[in-house]
Design a protein around this ligand. Structure first.
Ligand code: TEU
Length: 535
């Protein structure tokens, strides 16, 4: 369709560059490594790649702490390597999205080094500084997402600075116009180079409440390391609901719109709720809202998915959701959902998401059905995991290297010992081994995504849920006079769907899922799917 935008219903392959492919033999993945694997990515049938940060960084948070926005960290290569990757991706019809971490910088960024020197210099206001409370305590009770107070004492200035994440990630002060301009200039630099869009890290955190009032105390939710703090981020809404934050996103969008076909995908927090997604998306703001709706879920059934999508109520004038089951921050879905013995359960959930209205991010290794890797404490590198161990073991288990070939050292990721280990269960699920098995997760995923590419209704159509038996997620996507009926069985037993409940259309084939149509019922097999077309 001519009027459709490339990102509508797109599948975005999410790459964690440290762990994708090492081309230099230092045990760490890099941009050339990604370029070498582009054919693999294109063959999967995806539309775009999103690369986690590769800008210069001291790597305290593995790239989410940038010390120079305009250069590539030498670990990952050079600007020329990036330009070469960009061209090679475009040659294969793949769009390239960059991660922009604009809420905070590294504490080693020259802006911060200048700002902390004193209250009189040109960058004095670029970060959030405050005098101590009486007695020398931090200015208020705000807590960092990664634990402890979100204030750090800086003796050079005799003041505290705000950090919503690590103390090595000082928060930029967006109330300062020069900061906004500097950040927009950074974005322009990459847009000029030809990147197709940005994934905006924690884009609801740009502004803070300048009154610095205390958060009201809140209970930590039960059974979760997440929102672990007594003053939950939910109450930290002074940050999130700042109208200035939306105005700034409008500036960013206006900038992106100066170029053709660029997209803004904004990361919003789990606790942000539906209202925020409506506020943040739309014709002048984000096109795609990346929420934690399903990433945080330890249980996923037809009902939760349906409820999530229904609650979001994205209308034609809003942006689109961007679904994700896995990323570099959460335990891999296969383990999170407790389906290590039958990874098809995670596959079907992922396939279902790709058919819902919205874009989908597919995290490297999910196409292989990888479980979360068991990384022993001695090998843990994630500062967030080390802080909360053992109640939270951190994010390393989702960040271990891609297993390419079980017969090669370190599964073909690197010739040297990788920065995080390749575990035995991952080796067995390597790309090369799965390619030889017709029914492997990889082959089914590949076949499905390539089939889906030819179905405009699955990318662009309106979505209407069907009332079908519990355990089955059913909806119809309608586009250009065609209806595609989609049924997904998220349970471990076959489910009969009486035909008088739905108009299931004429069965479509070629997507690697089989359902059986009998006289009065359609039997959707355990972890299986049905696709039917009608007009
Ligand atoms: O994540 C935002 C965020 O809030 C996560 O830290 C999340 O709470 C946690 O990882 C759940 O396990 C983004 C990035 O995706 C993350 O990698 C960065 O560490 C963080 O921002 C700070 O830049």
């Amino acid at each position: 369709d001519e009027s459709a935008e490339w990102w509508q219903g797109a599948i975005i392959y999410h790459i964690y560059p440290r762990s994708f492919q090492d081309s230099t033999g230092n045990g760490i993945g890099d941009l050339r490594g990604i370029e070498q694997r582009l054919d693999y990515i294109a063959q999967l049938g995806v539309d775009a790649i999103w690369i986690s940060p590769f800008a210069k960084s001291p790597m305290r948070d593995f790239g989410y702490d940038v010390s120079d926005y305009l250069s590539v960290d030498p670990l990952f290569g050079s600007l020329e390597d990036f330009q070469s990757l960009l061209k090679a991706a475009h040659d294969r019809g793949l769009k390239v999205m960059m991660d922009q971490v604009l809420s905070h910088t590294s504490s080693e960024h020259p802006w911060f080094l200048a700002s902390r020197e004193g209250r009189g210099n040109a960058k004095a206001d670029w970060y959030v500084w405050s005098d101590p409370a009486p007695g020398g305590a931090p200015p208020n009770n705000w807590l960092s997402v990664f634990g402890g107070s979100s204030w750090q004492w800086e003796p050079r200035r005799g003041q505290y600075y705000l950090h919503n994440f690590l103390r090595d990630q000082p928060d930029l002060n967006y109330h300062c116009e020069d900061v906004q301009q500097a950040v927009l200039d950074v974005c322009r630099f990459w847009l000029e180079m030809g990147v197709d869009g940005f994934r905006l890290d924690v884009c609801a955190f740009y502004f803070h409440d300048p009154s610095l009032i205390d958060n009201p105390p809140a209970e930590a939710p039960q059974g979760s390391h997440f929102m672990f703090n007594p003053y939950s981020l939910q109450e930290h809404r002074h940050d999130i609901a700042q109208p200035e934050n939306l105005q700034f996103l409008e500036k960013l969008r206006a900038l992106a719109d100066e170029y053709d076909d660029r997209v803004l995908l904004g990361e919003l927090h789990q606790s942000d709720g539906e209202a925020l997604h409506h506020a943040y998306t739309g014709p002048d703001r984000l096109q795609l809202a990346y929420g934690y709706w399903l990433l945080g879920a330890d249980e996923l059934n037809a009902e939760t998915i349906r409820k999530t999508a229904t609650d979001l109520r994205f209308g034609p004038d809003d942006g689109w959701p961007c679904w994700a089951l896995d990323n570099h921050d959460f335990h891999r879905a296969v383990s999170r959902l407790g389906v290590e013995e039958s990874p098809d359960a995670a596959l079907i959930a992922l396939i279902a998401l790709t058919c819902m209205r919205g874009a989908t991010c597919l995290y490297q290794g999910s196409e292989l059905g990888l479980p979360n890797a068991d990384v022993p404490y001695e090998d843990l590198l994630d500062p967030y995991g080390r802080e909360f161990y053992p109640s939270f073991i951190g994010r390393d288990g989702a960040r271990t290297p891609m297993p390419w070939d079980a017969e090669k050292p370190h599964a073909g990721f690197s010739e040297a010992k990788p920065w995080l280990p390749v575990t035995e269960p991952h080796r067995r699920l390597s790309v090369r081994q799965q390619e030889t098995l017709p029914g492997s997760t990889l082959n089914r995923m590949r076949r499905f995504l390539n089939w889906r590419r030819e179905m405009p209704a699955l990318r662009l159509g309106e979505m209407r849920f069907l009332d079908v038996p519990q355990d089955v997620l059913g909806f119809v996507r309608t586009y250009d006079g065609q209806n595609i009926c989609c049924l997904f069985n998220l349970s471990a037993t076959d489910v009969p769907v009486p035909l008088d409940l739905i108009d299931c259309g004429e069965q479509l084939h070629g997507h690697s899922f089989a359902a059986v149509l009998e006289d009065e019922v359609l039997v959707v097999p355990a972890h299986g799917a049905w696709f039917g077309a009608s007009s």
